[in-house]
Design a protein around this ligand. Structure first.
Ligand code: RFL
Length: 405
């Protein structure tokens, strides 16, 4: 929904207002600041909250190169762990997929809160960017005109403030307000519900393997992903809508041991569970990521269930394209980047959606209770470990290294 123009209570003017300080919004803000384009970032949460909110950890190599090229997250390649292989466990055995050997590429593991901390510091403390935390009731106005604005309630005074601008970058995630400001035909979602839940866990425990591990088991999928030498993310498939209270410490660890068990595997290092939430696996993609002066980026435009660890990577891809396109338009008048923005982003988005859906078949088919899906899941798995061509194709998709044309 877009609101009629408010009476300016306290007007300011910026070329760009960025709504949301996640990886997408902060990256756009940093690119604008580097080109001396003034902008304002609005965020509903506090700085401390966004710097500690746990989520992603796997960043693709091209995304790290993109950050590095723009002077963002300095030193990240040195501080992040490089991952070169992953392991599938099924039928009581372990199968390694050496994706670096197959493609020459690797993943980085760098927790999202660290990336957000780096990006906020660079934007606000180094590049002098303006950011307002704790804002309430953000509204977008007159997006179909050449004088859009964004208003919000100031956390200190409770008064509505209005900022006039040329463009709005809607980077406010899955539950933000920007997507709702698209006209209905563009806001229409292509949505996919997997009909599956995952208990997402963070354990205060060192990783129990030197790579990401996927357990494909008749009791359900289980995943193991390092986050740091002290913290490990685990996933356990569960019914959608399940209550996290149904997963006490003992049950979690016994299911993880069972589903990730395989001959020769190191025992799991147990630890206190510091995050436990149930995610209902679903994905969506908007019809268009642009309308008038509004451009969406990241989860505001498309959600990718964390099956293949793609969401933050897509948010960064959008942000690189949007930041560069806004700079080109505002500094040289070149509008071609903005004109092609939505189509360019959606190519990669759909590529990653398709891979996530394919991978879901492998993860969840065996436990589906449907012998047909169990059969095709095993066939996909066997193919990965019998056909070097299939393994290489998987590796390219898993790393996001396949060109999205
Ligand atoms: P974010 O990170 O949600 O940031 C949006 C920001 O906007 C603020 N906000 C508003 N601000 C102003 N006005 C409003 N009205 C607002 N409403 C909301 C929010 O407070 C927030 O600060 O979106 P962004 O920037 O698009 O980034 C997307 C990523 O955060 C997301 O895709 C990833 O976390 C997904 N994801 C993963 N992605 C990967 O690439 N690799 C991974 O390994 C990976 N693991 C994961 C994940 C997501 C997970 N969950 C929680 C669904 C693991 C998990 C468990």
């Amino acid at each position: 929904m877009t609101f009629p123009s408010p009476r300016p209570a306290s007007a300011g003017r910026r070329p760009v207002v960025v709504v949301g300080a996640g990886p997408a919004g902060l990256t756009v803000g940093n690119i604008l600041r580097a080109a001396a384009v003034d902008c304002l970032v609005l965020e509903t949460e506090s700085r401390k909250f966004i710097e500690t909110r746990p989520r992603a950890g796997v960043i693709e190599e091209w995304a790290v190169r993109g950050l590095d090229r723009r002077g963002l997250a300095p030193g990240l390649p040195a501080r992040a762990q490089a991952h070169e292989e992953c392991e599938f466990r099924f039928g009581g055995a372990r199968y390694r997929l050496p994706y670096r050997e197959l493609t020459g590429r690797h993943h980085y593991v760098y927790p999202q809160p660290l990336l957000v901390t780096d990006l906020v510091r660079e934007y606000a403390d180094v590049r002098g960017g303006d950011i307002r935390f704790g804002v309430r009731d953000v509204r977008l106005h007159d997006l179909d005109t050449d004088h859009p604005s964004v208003s919000y309630l100031c956390p200190e005074t409770g008064e509505r403030q209005v900022v006039h601008c040329d463009f709005v970058a809607g980077c406010d995630g899955a539950r933000g307000v920007s997507r709702r400001a698209l006209p209905p035909e563009r806001a229409r979602l292509a949505r996919h519900d997997y009909g599956i839940g995952w208990v997402a866990l963070l354990a205060e425990a060192p990783p129990s393997a030197d790579c990401v591990v996927f357990g494909v088991h008749p009791r359900g999928f289980a995943g193991h992903m390092a986050r740091s030498p002290e913290v490990t993310r685990y996933y356990l498939q569960c019914p959608p809508g399940d209550d996290p209270a149904n997963w006490p410490h003992e049950r979690v660890w016994s299911e993880l041991r069972e589903r990730l068990g395989a001959a020769g595997a190191a025992p799991l290092a147990e630890g206190r569970l510091i995050e436990k939430r149930v995610l209902d696996m679903h994905s969506y993609v908007v019809g268009s990521m642009a309308s008038g002066r509004l451009f969406l980026a990241g989860d505001a435009a498309h959600l990718t269930a964390p099956i293949a660890a793609k969401g933050m990577n897509l948010a960064l891809h959008d942000a690189f394209l949007l930041g560069d396109a806004l700079v080109a338009h505002l500094t040289t008048g070149d509008a071609s980047g903005l004109a092609g923005y939505s189509a360019a982003c959606l190519r990669r988005v759909w590529d990653y959606q398709e891979f996530s859906e394919w991978l879901s078949g492998i993860y969840h088919g065996t436990a589906s209770g449907d012998p047909y899906h169990a059969g095709t899941a095993l066939a996909r798995l066997r193919r990965l470990f019998t056909s070097p061509a299939a393994a290489t194709a998987f590796a390219e998709q898993y790393l996001g290294a396949a060109a999205a044309f």
